[in-house]
Every structure is written in structure tokens, then in C-alpha cells.
Design a protein around this ligand. Sequence first.
Ligand code: F6P
Length: 326
Amino acid sequence: MKLIKHIGVLTSGGDAPGMNAAIRAVVRTAIAKGVKTSGVYHGYNGIVKDEIEPLTMRDVRYIISRGGTMLKSSRSEEFRTTAGRRRAYEVIQNHEIDALIVIGGDGSMTGAKIFQEEHDIPVIGIPGTIDNDIYGTDFTIGFDTAVNVAVDCIAKIRDTASSHDRLFLVEVMGRDTGHIALRTALASGAVAVLVPEGPMSIKELHDHLAYLKSRNKSSNIIIVAEGNPTGNAFEVAEKLEKLHSSYETRVSVIGHIQRGGTPSAADRVLAAELGTYAVESLIAGERGVMVGVINRKLVRTRIEDAVNQRNGLNEELLRISDYLSV
Ligand code: F6P
């Protein structure tokens, strides 16, 4: 087993609140174990373009509460090519980096898997994305903050919805999954949630709204996941209009606000756990795994499984939401 003396850490793909806390945990754990850390800037692009700097205790001071990522992020086209990855491996060797920790979403994990298969470098993944769509962990870093941001926005939207007796269709992120939408809907008391995993037809939605109108419900909030198969929030509004919806309707797309802001305590703690466990795992000789938390226990999943499987929606939450969306 090769001794790990120098770890490279990078953040890749869409940024997520709590990535900084994870970087901090990696650097501080590595220092405690006598291992050097270097930060790779701009994700995989930074390896190809040699944007690598040593990270010290001082460099990660005060970043625990900051959103975004101090290492910056990108989605690298060059790293998708064999030549780009070969160049990346040369750069890593020049810096005498023995192992990589990649913090990111499923695209970043796929990059990690391919890189490790092609070159002799141990890689460990840390799931960081607001989408919560990665298999091998109950929660990804950034998801809790994104949900809290969406819930805060909806509290404001509710004030105006209520004053004008309006229906608001609020679109949240999540790519092709409904994790953010479902949790946001439950926490905001929405009357419906439209997710890719259990789509509600426009007719069903229309009938549900007609029922609410018959019960004299004057204002309503519906959460639409951006990947909803019956359309985005604007399209759903248009389709409802065609069916002569009984409510005056407005649309609000929360967008990238969900990716910013100070990370929640839950995301900071998760980042601390996963950052530390990733370093411990590397030192223990693990490679090609992603660290995660399942049922409150730290676990490792082969990156291959993490990228080939999906984190399904929480069925219990879906069931509960059926009762409460009235
Ligand atoms: O994966 C995170 C995410 O915010 C998704 O929810 C969203 O679909 C996508 O990234 C947006 O990507 P971009 O920041 O490149 O517009």
C-alpha cells in the first residue's frame, strides 16, 4: 500500500453551500495526520491547466460559514478527453500529489471514476450538490441549505399570494430529480408538488385546485421541480389557464439563489464528517469510493455504484405529502 503524503482537493460541477466547510475539514484532518494538501482551482480544468497551490491551516480560516467554493468550480470539457486526462495526470505527478479528493455531483464522480481507471491515482469522492441525487448517501452537501433558501423565499411569496388571493407556481432546481421540490413543498405547506418521479397530470392538478376552490381556499402555493415532465412552471401555468383554472395565477422561479448563501448547520456538520472521513479513508488505503452518510452512519460506496444508480425520492415523504397537500 502506497503511503499517502500529499492530497489534492478540488470542487467540481455546480457549487453547493458547504463545499468550503468540506475543504476545511479535508485540510485540517490531513494536517492532523501529517499529510500535505494542495488545492486545485476551477475543478478538473485546474488539473489540466496546472492551477494548483498548497493549502495551509491559515488558508481555510473563516471559510466554514461562506457559501460557494474558495477553490472555484467548473464543468471541464478538456477533462472529458483522454488527452486532457493524460495531461492532468502529468501535472499531478509534477506536483508529487499521491491522491485526489473530488467534491461534487454525479458528473464529477464520473470524472473521478474514469480518471482512476486510466491512471494510477487513488481518488475519493465527497458528494456535494444541491440536487441530492447521488446514490450512496442520504444527503449531499448543499441540499439542506438549498431547501432552506427555497422555504424562506416561499414564505415571502405566500404573503403576496395571500393578499391577492392568487395561486403561485414556484419552480425550484433539482435537475431531473424532485428532492428539493418535495422537501420544500412539505416544509412550506404547498397544496401540490410536481416532480419527475411521480408526475401529476395537468387534469389531476386542475381537479385538485377546483376542489380547493370549492372549499373556499383563496391562495395556494404549488412547487414545480425544474425537471417536471408536464412542463416547467410557466408551461404548467399556461396549461392550467387553458383548462380555465379557477385561480388567478403567477409564476416565480427561484433559480440560482438556491445555490448561494451561508451553509446551514446541517450542511456544515455533514461537510465536516465527510471531509474528515475522506482523508481517513485515503490514509487507510481506500480508493475509488465515495463517502456518505446513511442512517446516520458514515459509509463508503464504490464510485462506480454511486454513478450507476440513482438516489430515489423518499417514498415516506411522498406518502405524507399526499395527506398534507390540501
Ligand atoms: O446541479 C446543480 C444545479 O443547480 C441543478 O439543480 C441545475 O439544474 C443546474 O445545476 C444549473 O446549472 P448551471 O449553474 O450551469 O446553470
